[in-house]
Design a protein around this ligand. Sequence first.
Ligand SMILES: [Zn+2]
Length: 239
Amino acid sequence: MSNLFEHSTIEVLIAAKLDGTITLTELLKHGSYGLGTFTGLDGEVIILDNDVYQVDQTGTVNHITDMNTTLPFASVHTPSENEQPLTLAKADFALLNQTFAADKNLKNVFATIKLHGHFNAVKVRVAPKQEKPYPSLLAVTKNQPIFDTEDVTGTIVGYYAPELFGNITAAGWHLHFLSDDHQFGGHLLSFVGSDLDGTFEIFDGIEQHFPINDPEFRNHENDLATLKAAIEESEGFQD
Ligand SMILES: [Zn+2]
């Protein structure tokens, strides 16, 4: 069995509920790799083999060791027996979205990739920290800091979600990046990589976890008519 563990939903970020509802201590019980964001959309989180890194709005990468730090949304997994080696001579979002997704038949499943190697070009966004009263993720991403770099060695970690689940998470690929020298990272908007090595895994299922003790989560309204488009606009790539 292999599960993707999702804490809360991207919908809460669109609904401007940005307070953390799970600690890193709790989150890491459910996975050793993953991504997310901290309270107030304080940067982009990437988790690599239980090490937690935050790229903040200045583009600085911080190694987070305070396990009481909280996240309003996160996706994590622990590699399982479903994991397969993956080598890509050349990769970008177009390849992952088209050839790769078709070859692996991802249409109706959740999956993860981890890829390490050389990147000719990488463009990321980093969510800037917000104060209360919080705005929606959609409003924040209209003015998000964007960083790009060339010729960097690093790691991509992230997830593929089927279209069917596009109201609770980002449908398609949601990928974060961290350079080996920890000088660059964020939520991937575009990339061109070559000679990438890593792993790929299709999950048997997902464990959708909810912050049931959070009154804001329990009471908030969601706007289903506009939700999916808002998630796509805030979380989509830019190829
Ligand atoms: Zn992200």
